[in-house]
Ligand binder design. Structure first.
Ligand SMILES: [Zn+2]
Ligand SMILES: [Zn+2]
Length: 413
């Protein structure tokens, strides 16, 4: 079994690795144009950070966390999402003491102990952004514009913006009461888990995947009907700005997101089959939840890299291909080896992708290999070439050859 990776994990290599590199580059490059700075936080954190941050009653914390006790008897958890760690870092390093907002992005692995039959990975990767320190709906607009740009740059067309508001803590109190009344009236149709969780956090019943619960949830009261003036205005202003920017959206009162920290805006980019490409929103209570001395608004989103690849494949979008070697340098005779390798390195220093022989193959076998790796040009360097200072440069596509000076090869690549 030692040649098999643990269940729910995957190795990145070949075409998928290249895709991931391109995706991450697009995300990073676009985030940088928004003056968003990269942050890397540890892969593991104290368990309590997620219990407090993500929320005790969420499925993530209750069933899906990779939690273990380390040798120092501390409870440690592999991060199930990117937000809590970024906010913890913001607080630990007093980033609230410098001019706000703080705009951070990250590319991180995230770990969830998913059931194997769900087909979901136990380690997946996320690109995410957090903007901390502003209450304005402009922040959500900024996040949405950013995701829209990334989606466009990737060439995806099927993901549409869905938005909703789940209100602040105050709105949620009124709403939770109405929702609980409704759920209690339909209690006999709920699954055992929901019967229990509706008493602790009725909103979580809305995420339940059980058929019976889904049926009840369909007609449940909606958060949007219970917004106070502040939350209503926030949502109206957000919609107005999106319209002003010609960003199409759909109000989808079914979105509540699976984590406890959301307040006011929640949004998703969803395809026509209901698959979510990206999810995010505002979380004004999260900073306070992690550090009671602070009360700072924040918002953000996360986008799964594997999910992006799934969308690219589904929509038949091809990303730019990985560059092929510009030149293959064949070596003839062991006496020429060191000098030929020197020429390889000179060209690499000039930025060309250059490949050569490491197996002492015959010249014929080397040319076969050059063909296989799709090198654009090839040369063979032996003692004769080194003496004359000239090589025959072969265009591997059309077979044409050209005699060129060794120190001028780069001019022809
Ligand atoms: Zn409110
Ligand atoms: Zn249920």
């Amino acid at each position: 079994m030692i040649t098999q990776a643990p269940r729910g994990t995957q190795d990145w290599y070949g075409k998928d690795m290249h895709k991931r590199t391109v995706i991450e580059k697009i995300c990073r490059d676009i985030a940088k144009t928004f003056n968003i700075k990269e942050i890397i936080t540890p892969v593991f954190e104290h368990t309590v950070l997620f219990q407090r941050g993500v929320g005790e009653t969420t499925d993530v914390v209750q069933k899906e966390m990779y939690t273990f006790t380390d040798k120092g008897d501390r409870s440690i958890t592999l991060k199930p999402e990117g937000t809590a760690g970024a906010i913890r870092a913001y607080l630990e390093h007093n980033l609230y003491a410098i001019p706000q907002p703080i705009k951070l992005f990250y590319v991180t692995p995230a770990f969830r102990y998913e059931k194997p039959q769900s087909g979901r990975l136990r380690q997946h990767h996320q690109f995410g952004v957090e903007i901390v320190g502003s209450k304005s709906p402009m922040v959500e607009v900024e996040l949405i514009v950013l995701v829209t740009k990334i989606i466009k740059e990737l060439g995806l067309k099927d993901a549409k913006l869905h938005i909703n508001s789940i209100g602040c803590k105050d709105c949620r109190q009124t709403y939770n009461k109405a929702l609980l009344d409704y759920l209690k009236a339909n209690e006999e149709c709920l699954c055992p888990t929901c019967k229990e969780r509706m008493l602790k956090n009725p909103l979580r019943v809305l995420d339940c995947k059980e058929e019976g619960c889904k049926k009840i949830v369909k007609d449940a009261p909606r958060t949007i009907e219970y917004l106070d003036d502040e939350c209503k205005n926030h949502f109206e202003e957000l919609k107005k700005m999106l319209e002003g920017l010609n960003i199409p959206y759909e109000v989808d009162t079914g979105i509540v997101r699976g984590l406890d920290y959301y307040t006011k805006t929640v949004f998703e980019f969803v395809d026509s089959d209901g698959f979510t490409l990206c999810g995010g929103g505002r979380y004004d209570g999260l900073v306070h939840e992690i550090d009671e001395k602070q009360d700072i608004p924040s918002a953000g989103f996360g986008m799964g890299i594997e999910r992006i690849i799934y969308f690219l494949e589904k929509e038949g979008v091809e990303l730019e291909e990985e560059s092929k070697p510009s030149l293959y340098v064949g070596i003839m005779g062991s006496e020429a080896k060191v000098k030929a390798y020197g020429i390889v390195n000179d060209l690499r220093n000039k930025g060309f992708i250059v490949e050569t022989d490491y197996l002492d193959r015959s010249v014929k076998a080397q040319m076969k290999y050059a063909n296989k790796i799709e090198a654009k040009f090839s040369v063979v360097i032996g003692e004769n070439e080194l003496e004359s200072g000239e090589v025959s440069l072969k265009n591997m596509e059309n077979g044409e050859t050209n005699t060129v000076k060794i120190d001028e090869i780069d001019k022809y690549l």
